[in-house]
Design a protein around this ligand. Structure first.
Ligand code: DAH
Length: 342
């Protein structure tokens, strides 16, 4: 066989073996067998020198072309095998839960909300939800709020414009809920007692933003209705949850107050080492009370049979106490230097 024929046949053998390699070591082995120092193809290259001058250029050309072809196949095959070696051995189950978030982290308000929900879940509370765009009935009327109560004023409540015109008071135009208490009504209307829910959610008020106010913030509402529910249950529940959230040195104080949807109504004051550090004795932290019989009437629960309590508090305030934050606006600015600390 002429040298040219042998070049062609060794090349074909080499290409076949290179392409058949199943992994990187066998590819390297095949490459060595043909192109290594002692390789079959290298041996042919060594023969070039023994050829007559006139046939040498043609043979040289064809050797170079064959060598390039083989090297190209090696490179292509190597890239392919490297990629395959990097793939997982088992098929990936995309439905299994991730070990950690791929990117970023939860906002501090989300973290605090999750912890509050966890604490109440352990006590048997379910999470309920309701619309942020509400009507006067659920936000005020059904909660026994008098028609002339200042909370209903357009200076305090955002009424949603209808046809470009802001809605006058007293019409059934929508508003942005001023508290999560509206969901008490929706929940009770949608199911018979007993009921045990918490409602985390966003609320809106016509406040100017300062260190402790913002036109929108978050609340958690709680509602517990059953037979023979007492203020003692309310105190015990709230105290257990606050201790879990903010530490065992937490002290609570219940003060008489007025809310139209509870009777008696109470305000909860809170203190711990951090409150003292802020130079205060007590911080007002929540409103609560025993559900007003009129509210039960409004949703069709018999107040002679059922009793219950409700509470509402601001999530931002809890987060501020937990982390020692003194300006509420930091929560909404999305400054990563702030967010990275949680
Ligand atoms: N809705 C009240 C507020 O936004 C908080 C509140 C007070 C909720 C007493 C209640 C309650 O459920 O019983 O300030």
């Amino acid at each position: 066989m002429s040298l040219l024929d042998r070049i062609e046949s060794v090349k074909q053998a080499a290409l076949q073996e290179l392409r058949a390699a199943q992994d990187l070591p066998s590819l390297e082995r095949a490459k060595g067998a043909f192109l290594g120092g002692e390789g079959q193809f290298t041996a042919l290259m060594k023969e070039l020198g023994t050829l007559a001058k006139d046939v040498r250029p043609l043979a040289g050309k064809s050797i170079n072309a064959a060598k390039q072809e083989m090297e190209a196949v090696v490179a292509e095959k190597r890239a392919d095998l490297e990629l395959r070696a990097a793939l997982p051995k088992e098929p990936t189950d995309f439905t299994s839960p991730g070990r950690r978030r791929a990117l970023g982290r939860l906002h501090p308000l989300t973290q605090v909300t999750d912890d509050i929900i966890k604490a109440f879940r352990r006590l048997g509370f379910a999470v309920a939800d309701g619309p942020e765009i509400e009507d006067e009935y659920h936000c005020f009327d059904a909660l026994n709020t008098p028609a002339d109560h200042p909370a209903r004023d357009a200076q305090d409540t955002f009424y949603v414009a209808a046809g470009g015109e802001p809605g006058p008071r007293g019409t059934k135009l929508p508003l942005l809920r001023t508290h999560t208490s509206s969901v008490q009504i929706r929940a009770m209307k949608s199911q018979p007692p007993p009921i045990r829910i918490i409602v985390p959610g966003r609320v809106y008020r016509r406040d100017n933003a300062d260190a402790t106010h913002n036109p929108t913030f978050h609340q958690i509402e709680g509602l517990y209705v059953d037979k023979g529910v007492t203020v003692g249950d309310l105190k015990g529940t709230v105290e257990a949850v606050f201790k879990e959230l903010l530490g065992d040195d937490v002290k609570l104080r219940f003060r008489p107050h007025y809310f139209s949807y509870t009777e008696p109504s109470l305000e909860i004051d809170f203190t711990n080492a951090l409150v003292k550090k802020l130079g205060k004795d007590w911080l007002e932290i929540a409103g609560c009370g025993m559900v007003h019989p009129q509210v039960f009437e409004n949703v069709g629960y018999d107040p002679e049979v059922w009793s219950g309590w409700a509470f509402g508090f601001g999530i931002e305030r809890i987060a501020m106490l937990r982390y020692g934050i003194t300006d509420i606006r930091l929560f909404y600015e999305n400054d990563v230097r702030f967010l990275k600390q949680f």
